[in-house]
Design a protein around this ligand. Structure first.
Ligand SMILES: *[C@@H]1O[C@H](CO)[C@@H](O)[C@H](O)[C@H]1NC(C)=O
Ligand SMILES: *[C@@H]1O[C@H](CO)[C@@H](O)[C@H](O)[C@H]1NC(C)=O
Length: 422
């Protein structure tokens, strides 16, 4: 038999790659088929954020009491008018007596602190219980303060740069937990009868979006998330999103997920079962946060694991903890993405999704995405990470990480002006 000089599959593989390349780029063609109206000229959309303090607004029922929590940092661009007016309109619908607002701002150098002070006053006039904490601390000062506490404290790891550095995720977890401090106070006073805890990122949203989110599956969820867009067609937060099998969402465009239960639901516009999500806005069942013993809180993975170049988002780990140690009720169960609630880190991204969600262009885009992800076999298994976790577990008995599906091959450390992958 003659030995072939060329591998018989080489050609097939080349053709396959050409097809994938074509399909992945076909969207550019579709993109030009429809042109958007100028978002700025779209007055009907602008009216969505018309806040009138004197208006009589019909109340929304069946949502209960909501603890609204938000970290803000350099978010002036979305605060006015979108975030602030969205929040005020939401409170009008839920009723000022049914919400508590907890905001924590930390060292912004734009108009964020001024805007939040103004919001604080408006909330006061509405009679909303709240804590708007504006921390005049710069990033540099915060890092310096943590450095001064000593590098033998939790949160410090030896990095590949040959020095001890401060991990970013435990710091972020702390910032989020600070939002829950007033909850603890209210609990002591016996006034913490909340049904939901709603976390809002610095995103463009409407009051209606939040109400839709809160009413996901008629309230039958432990957590329900929106989808967040940074650019018109691309979702943003890949760090926290995991499908029903715990896999990453490999495509940044609709329908995001690899084949399975999550993608099917996404294609159909039904609530999407997932293991984890955050993505702009998330509503939790409040019960696990209010439990007397080990209330649910944000955390990072252990330093001893992080040192082997493994990291996980505090926003994913919280779902893992909730599932493992948490609350199981028949009335509120599962983590879900509501695919009809789409928010943006800027107005054009929000506007695009509002116009095109579940339109024909989205279905067109889904074709190359679905074919591409299946041909490439995405998402790829994270063998290297899993090996490190196994090794870490063997090193010492009793070690465990319920959020193994959250983990990625990364290390994030704080630096003077922000943070860095190392
Ligand atoms: C403030 O919080 C954000 C996250 O909300 C974080 O990225 C930033 O580094 C923090 N800044 C300071 C000064 O701590
Ligand atoms: C809530 O959802 C879960 C999971 O889908 C389901 O098993 C349960 O029956 C639902 N509960 C109610 C009260 O509908």
């Amino acid at each position: 038999m003659l030995r072939r000089r060329f591998h018989p599959y080489a050609r097939i593989r080349r053709v396959l790659f050409a097809i994938i390349f074509f399909l992945l780029n076909a969207h550019i063609f579709f993109h030009f088929l429809h042109s958007d109206p100028d978002p700025a000229a779209d007055t009907s959309t602008a009216a969505l954020w018309d806040y009138n303090p004197y208006a009589t607004v019909p109340r929304i029922h069946g949502v209960g009491r909501v603890y609204i929590a938000a970290n803000h940092w350099i978010s002036a661009k979305v605060l006015k008018p979108y975030w602030i007016n969205g929040l005020l309109l939401l409170i009008q619908q839920l009723g000022p007596e049914n919400v508590f607002v907890s905001i924590y701002e930390n060292g912004s150098w734009d108009d964020t602190p001024a805007m939040l002070r103004e919001l604080d006053e408006i909330l006061g006039r509405m009679g909303v219980a709240r804590r708007v904490l504006i921390e005049a601390i710069t990033h540099q000062e915060q890092v310096a303060e943590l450095v001064a506490q000593g590098d033998d404290k939790p949160g410090w790891v030896m990095t590949s740069r040959g020095k001890k550095e401060l991990r970013r995720i435990p710091v972020l977890a702390k910032l989020r937990n600070r939002l829950l401090e007033p909850l603890e106070e209210l609990q002591k006073q016996g006034k913490a009868g909340f049904d939901r805890i709603l976390f809002l990122n610095d995103v463009v949203f409407t009051a209606q979006d939040v109400v839709t989110l809160l009413k996901t599956r008629s309230g039958n969820y432990t957590a329900a998330c929106s989808i967040d867009f940074n650019k018109p067609q691309y979702y943003y937060d890949t760090f926290a999103i995991r499908d029903s099998k715990g896999r990453e969402a490999p495509a940044q465009r609709f329908p995001f997920f690899a084949g399975g239960e999550s993608r099917n639901a996404m294609m159909n516009g039904d609530p999407v079962p997932v293991k984890s999500c955050w993505n702009g806005m998330v509503a939790f069942d409040a019960a696990p946060f209010l439990r007397k013993q080990d209330p649910l809180r944000f955390r990072g993975v252990d330093d001893s694991l992080a040192v082997s170049h493994v990291e996980g988002s505090e926003c994913c780990l919280i779902h893992a903890d909730n599932a493992r140690y948490g609350w199981h009720s028949n009335e509120r169960s599962g983590v879900w993405i509501n695919p009809l609630v789409r928010v943006g880190y800027n107005f054009p991204a929000y506007h695009y999704q509002r116009l095109h969600m579940y339109g024909w262009s989205e279905y067109m885009i889904s074709i190359p995405v679905r074919i591409g992800t299946s041909l490439l076999g995405l998402p790829w298994r994270k063998k290297r990470v899993m090996d490190r976790v196994e090794r870490w577990k063997k090193e010492q008995p009793g070690r465990d990480e319920p959020g193994d599906f959250c983990l990625v091959d990364e290390m994030h450390v704080l630096v003077e002006n922000g943070w860095k992958h190392v």
